[in-house]
Design a protein around this ligand. Structure first.
Ligand SMILES: [Zn+2]
Length: 268
């Protein structure tokens, strides 16, 4: 397979408000915590493609062990994991980003692959004791020491997304680090932009949004890296939501939306 043409990475100035000022000189680049392999591409692939965040960008797949391919769970997780890591590497390479994987098993391997197991309906979904998982997330951030951290909001209530979101909200790192939370696709599309706003309002009163215009065709070209996971219906959802956001926010064209606490730079 040849890499899809994602276009030359454009040397646009960073989008306004997304480059933090005054961070520690030892902090570099952007760390994207992606619960699963394709979450960053689905949710913020347009902003990544536009070069909206400080370089170098590292996409860190937290639940880096998987038994899932499109519409199916498999007994042989090693082959699936290897296939999915290849797809992720190919996507990151086309963007000029780094990718890394933690060795946590995703929810289907820990607690079952039926719908109630994967989403917030029952049981203890931690891959290991909550405090240890939270510490592991903190260690990843401290090891990378980024200038900017991106994390899923947990829209859709998938256990793995919620665990990463909660770990980040609880982190105390002793460094100044802005955190931007992204809307989890495809789940956000099912809710719609207005319901997403209501969900975010429940997370705390101090969140405000940043809408980023994107090149939707370039984003969707990136999604073709994930042949084992994504099909036309997923691309359709991504396209629809980008335009739904434009209508909702008054943006001139297809967009992605990030959320942050006020003020934008918070000390974790
Ligand atoms: Zn996911």
């Amino acid at each position: 397979m040849t890499a899809p043409d994602l276009g030359a990475r454009r040397a646009r100035p960073a989008a306004r408000g997304l480059t933090p000022a005054g961070s520690d000189p030892l902090q570099t680049g952007t760390l994207v915590l992606s619960p699963h392999f394709d979450d960053a591409a689905l949710s913020i692939g347009g902003a990544l493609e536009a070069g909206a965040f400080p370089d170098p960008v590292c996409i860190y797949s937290v639940f880096g062990v998987s038994n899932y391919t499109r519409n199916r769970f498999h007994a042989g997780w090693r082959r699936v994991t290897s296939l999915r890591r290849r797809e992720e590497k190919r996507y990151a390479a086309a963007l000029g980003a780094i990718c890394a994987f933690a060795e946590f098993q995703e929810a289907a391997l820990r607690i079952g692959s039926d719908f109630p197991s994967l989403f917030r309906c029952r049981g203890n979904a931690y891959p290991l004791k909550p405090a240890r998982f939270d510490r592991a997330m903190r260690d990843i951030v401290l090891e990378y020491r980024p200038r900017l951290l991106l994390c899923a909001l947990g829209i859709g209530d998938h256990w793995d997304h919620l665990l990463v979101y909660r770990a980040v909200r609880k982190m105390r790192l002793g460094l100044r680090l802005p955190v931007l939370f992204y809307e989890d696709l495809p789940y956000a599309e099912r809710l719609g932009p207005h319901s997403v706003e209501r969900t975010v309002a429940l997370l705390g009163p101090r969140f405000h949004s940043i809408t980023i215009p994107i090149d939707l065709d370039a984003k969707c070209a990136g999604l073709t890296c994930y042949a084992s996971q994504l099909g036309n219906d997923d691309t359709h959802r991504v396209r629809k939501y980008a335009w739904d956001l434009a209508k909702r926010t008054g943006a001139k064209g297809p967009s992605e939306r990030l959320w942050t606490s006020t003020p934008a730079i918070i000390a974790l």
